[in-house]
Design a protein around this ligand. Structure first.
Ligand code: PAN
Ligand code: ZN
Length: 192
């Protein structure tokens, strides 16, 4: 028999991006993604003194089943490892045909996207940007500013996250600071 869920609402604090509702909170520190940054010496030096919080994701709880929509708010803190801006791990959806919508709430960021055959592109995001991640594109976000970069994401609940492909090949581009500005450079370690 079809189970009927009661309608409900949650609340996002638009000042700090935090979600108020029973939820799952995921925190990623530098040590959780140390191999993803380009400069191993900078990672090592940083980890010797501290293990900074790079980003946090607050998720609502819905069944991860076809028909439901899952949403979350991501806060990427400002910072760099060497000259590379703080970023998310990035992933393909396990169900690669599942798209996603991101809505910028605060700060400035890049949304980096890449197909399986290595086509890589990016969109700039700020408060009010509604970015569409089409099916079959891996996606990573990067904070390119001096305040937290906060965005809302909504996607089919069955999408799932495949982190391994990105851990193995990386993205074709990296975002680094040059003369105080964010610049995209080719990733020499890209194996895709
Ligand atoms: C987002 C991401 C979130 C964190 O909600 O999961 O920004 O990035 P990583 O999952 O790559 O660590 C999303 O794209 N969900 O599908
Ligand atoms: Zn996603």
């Amino acid at each position: 028999m079809t189970e009927i869920m009661m309608p409900w609402s949650a609340h996002i604090n638009l000042d700090n991006g935090l979600l108020w509702h029973p939820r799952r909170i995921i925190t990623r520190h530098l040590s959780d993604m140390a191999d993803m940054y380009r400069d191993p010496d900078a990672v090592k030096a940083e980890l010797e003194s501290r293990d900074p919080l790079v980003y946090r994701v607050d998720e609502i709880e819905v069944p991860q089943e076809v028909g439901h929509l899952l949403y979350s708010v991501t806060v990427i803190y400002p910072g760099k490892v060497g000259d590379e801006f703080y970023m998310t791990k990035g992933h393909f959806h396990v169900r690669e045909e599942c798209a996603e919508v991101y809505v910028g709430l605060q700060g400035r960021g890049y949304l980096l996207m890449q197909t399986r055959d290595g086509w890589c592109t990016h969109l700039e995001m700020q408060r009010g940007t509604v970015a569409y991640v089409p099916p079959y594109w891996a996606h990573r976000t990067i904070n390119i500013g001096h305040e937290p970069f906060v965005f809302y994401a909504i996607y089919p609940a069955q999408a799932g996250h495949d982190y391994r492909s990105i851990e193995e090949t990386g993205f074709g581009m990296r975002v680094v600071e040059r003369n105080g500005q964010p610049v995209l450079i080719p990733n020499e370690q890209h194996g895709g």
